[in-house]
Design a protein around this ligand. Sequence first.
Ligand code: SF4
Ligand code: SF4
Ligand code: SF4
Length: 459
Amino acid sequence: MSKFDGVMHRVPINENNPSIICNDSLCKKCQLCKKACSGVAGVLGTYNLEENGDNAVCINCGACITACPFNALSEVYNIAGVLQAIHDDSKKVIFLTAPAVRVSLGDAFGMESGTNVQGKMVTALRMLGADVVLDVTFGADLTIMEEASELVYRIQNNGVLPMFTSCCPGWVKYCEIYFPELIPNLSSCKSPIAMQATMVKTYYAKKMGLDPKDLVVVSVAPCTAKKAECKRPELSAGMKSLGLEGQDCDMSITTRELSVMIKEAGIDFANLKDSPYDPFMGTGTGSGMIFGNTGGVMEAALRTAFFLIEGRNMNDDELPKFEAVRGFDHVKEAEVTLGGKTIRVAVMHQMSEAAKGIKELMAGDKHYDFVEIMACKGGCAGGGGQIKIIKKPLQEAARVNRNTTIYDMDKKANIRFCHDNPEIKAIYKDFLEAPLSHISHELLHTTFEDKSWELTGKK
Ligand code: SF4
Ligand code: SF4
Ligand code: SF4
């Protein structure tokens, strides 16, 4: 007998799931969440509750929430915890907003789909009580400095290839459960939010004369998996390096939760004036921005890998070489020449489809050197924590509009290459020394663990 016997009409969710919760009184038994968990996430149908200790396997991606038309499924709300921190005078609350949030938040306020509401979002966060608001495009720039260096190192030193990106916690968990043999292939880089949170608790706090114990770091993400990610025991290196207990990122809220907070505070969002991010560690480049799109991490990493190998930036007419990794095909492939060597790259999104691509790779049918994987369809722009759009055609149109706005922001950015971000240069000069240095490894890199026992119940 399973503890889920009474709710077999919907996707099973463990009670202690840090990301997803179900209010069964709202459930209309339509089963659309089950379809999403098997068809989009590639999870339901791969395990047997009777054999794995009644464990509802989950990669925390939120595809089931996006599919639920009756809001029976939702993220585990962290709003109360965030408000408590804001109202605690002894705490300084630092918000980190991920690239894709700004192109979806406006949907909750009747704005045209794909509108960039970055400035209004920062104003709203300050009105809600944020002490500091920083842009995760900075963390993305830092991730690329490390990840592009790791790729170049692996290529030049016969390292384990293909290297897989590791910034999507949905994919990372899928890899740990379903493809543990690929863990050595995962980049050891933390995600942009995780890197930035660590830097806030260490470098930022030191520079600003703040006590890290008094800081509460809250990420605002298009993602439900970030709630699980920030609880990973591995992601406390910053606090540990200071001899302190606690996680580097204290809480994560979704774009939807932020919209609820804004509405509950009675803020007239559509008519807000724009505000800039806080200055120190607050802004990033066009490369950091495109992390929000499928293909963006790959493109940003290749721009910097090109610089590291060729010693110069790509010209405007060379950048379109990477356009093969843009768009919505589930598996996109390209060849790029770096230092006279041909590098075969692939970009995969939507976990169920990416899993098929990985199986082809493992069967030896495909050969790649670098692979980007995002669990959600369209990447984070279509993330499981974004403002929900139920009607399929509108959902698809929103994904395209968000994607287009993000690429447009990169095109218009003053600085388009992570390695040209002056604050990134300063942080290496002042603190981190160099990408892949000892201290970078200690603070910005992480480890992964075989979790295939989730399928079998046997550790
Ligand atoms: S969050 Fe993703 S993996 Fe977990 S139940 Fe929902 S669809 Fe399935
Ligand atoms: S999609 Fe929502 S309403 Fe439909 S079965 Fe799942 S939880 Fe219930
Ligand atoms: S694709 Fe983005 S939103 Fe979706 S699980 Fe991965 S990191 Fe989160």
